[in-house]
Structure formats: C-alpha cells, structure tokens
Design a protein around this ligand. Structure first.
Ligand SMILES: *Cc1c(COP(=O)(O)O)cnc(C)c1O
Length: 215
C-alpha cells in the first residue's frame, strides 16, 4: 500500500521548493528519500515531479528498483558495506556515502568513473559514518586518482535541535569550498532550513514529502 499519492507529494514538493528558494537556495536539489517505502511510492514520487531519490539499504534497493522503468536518478545515502557494491551497481547513480579508501576502490572497480560524494563526519557520532574532516582532502584525491567523479561532500548532522546542526553544516560547506567541489549534500526534513542557510545544494527529504516511516 502506498502511504501518499502523487497529488499529495506534488503539493508538498511545491511548498518545499518555495520554502527552500525563500531561504535563498537558488540551486538546491531536492532528493526524495524513499527508504522503507515500496516501489509504488517511488512511482508516485516520479509522477509528482521528483527526479532524484535517496535509498539507504542495499537489499531493499535491489528488491525495489531492479527492473523499474523509467527510473529516477538514485542516490545511495545509507552506510555501505563493500560487499554490497557489486549488486548495487547499475541501480545507483550517485554514491553519496564514500567514507574510506577501500569502499572507493570497490566502487571504482565495479562502476568505473561513476559519480561519488565523500561522507564527512560532521556530528562527531561515529555511528553515522563519515571520514574525519581533516582526512577529507586526501580521500577526495585518492578517489579522483581512481578515476571516480567526485562531485561533492555529504554530511548528516546531529539529530537534536536544528540549531545545533549549524556548526556541522558550516564545517561541511567550508570543506566543499576549500576543495573546490560543486555539491554540498546536507539537510533533512528536520534541519533543512538551517542547511540551506549554510549553503546546502542538496537536501535529502523523506518524512517531509512522504510522511512518517514505519521503521
Ligand atoms: C533517512 C535519511 C534522510 C531523510 O530523513 P527525513 O528526516 O525523513 O527527511 C536523509 N538523509 C539520510 C542520510 C537518511 O538516512
């Protein structure tokens, strides 16, 4: 069963776009995070005008998106194990959570030249993944050396008051600028206003578009 239909998503998307552009993000992409929702929800999201989706779980991504035609641009935004890369190849367009050389090496081997982003730990919470901020430049260089197209950086803020996310967002944005990258993926339903204020170019929105998740 689909939680919400295309009309509902379309209305929420319109409101979200307006909100984001009001804060000053002229070039902010909205990634619809469809994790835990079924493929019908993905179809409804596309019908509503969403062209980019985010998925978190390897198994679910394979089960849900294999054979989907037409399909959206798929961003993998969950923690990723190296042994899952092979079966995700062909389904994922942008690998947003590359946080170590071994993972990058595997992606370069299976999906040569693909688009990747380096996940940086901006919350200080190891469980969220991400490389240390001071290791970011080296990892970016390494991935480029392997022929990958490093389009930007991604971060997940502390999940508390949105205001507490600001220093982390500011840090991520400064690293993006320092490294001369194009994309800065930060901000979720609960903290996207702050993220856009701090220079996000990609917000990843699940709940705000599709409603509460079961898990
Ligand atoms: C689930 C998830 C999101 C979306 O979260 P919402 O709060 O539902 O908008 C964004 N980014 C990552 C990395 C996620 O895991």
């Amino acid at each position: 069963m689909t939680a919400v239909d295309a009309d509902v998503i379309s209305a929420r998307l319109g409101a979200l776009r307006e909100r984001v552009s009001r804060i000053g993000g002229e070039r902010v992409q909205i990634i619809g995070v469809t994790k835990t929702h079924d493929v019908e929800l993905v179809r409804a999201a596309m019908e509503a005008g969403i062209t980019e989706i985010g998925e978190n779980y390897a198994q679910e991504t394979v089960a849900k998106l294999t054979g989907l035609d037409p399909r959206p641009t798929v961003h993998f935004i969950g923690q990723l194990q190296r042994n899952k890369v092979r079966k995700l190849t062909g389904l994922v367009d942008v690998w947003q959570t590359v946080d170590r050389v071994e993972l990058g090496a595997e992606i370069a081997k299976r999906d040569p030249g693909t688009r990747v982003m380096v996940q940086v730990d901006i919350s200080g919470e190891v469980a969220k993944g991400g490389c240390r901020p001071r290791d970011t430049g080296r990892l970016v260089d390494d991935l480029r050396g392997r022929g990958l197209d490093v389009v930007g950086l991604m971060g997940v803020a502390v999940l508390a008051e949105a205001a507490e996310a600001r220093p982390g967002f500011r840090l991520l944005r400064s690293l993006v600028d320092e490294l001369g990258l194009a994309e800065c993926s930060m901000g979720m339903s609960g903290d996207l206003d702050v993220a856009v204020e701090e220079g996000s170019t990609m917000v990843r929105v699940g709940t705000g578009l599709f409603g509460r998740r079961e898990r």
